[in-house]
Design a protein around this ligand. Structure first.
Ligand SMILES: [Zn+2]
Length: 86
């Protein structure tokens, strides 16, 4: 019986994601598949707000659950962020 091939995924992180300052209030980020970010913003208490820069996905819940949903969204989202405006 043949062993199934191993699939490797190479993720290239855009330089701007690594070097650009985070927007005000953002306390965590997940990189989505097409270069958008899913940003976590602190809220009162242990709740946080998450939003994606590549689509209109948002979530607001207890920190742990929102971060888990944000990471899951980032792993699937193919949205491309809007170009920066000056
Ligand atoms: Zn998205």
């Amino acid at each position: 019986m043949d062993t199934p091939p191993t699939i490797h995924t190479v993720i290239t992180i855009p330089e701007t994601v690594l070097t650009a300052p985070w927007p005000a209030g953002v306390v965590g980020r997940y990189l989505a598949r097409a270069g958008a970010t899913v940003d976590i913003r602190s809220n009162l208490g242990n709740h946080v707000y998450a939003s994606c820069t590549g689509c209109d996905w948002t979530d607001h819940n207890v920190d742990y659950y929102t971060r888990q949903k944000a990471q899951e969204h980032a792993e699937r989202c193919l949205g491309i962020p809007l170009p920066a405006t000056s």
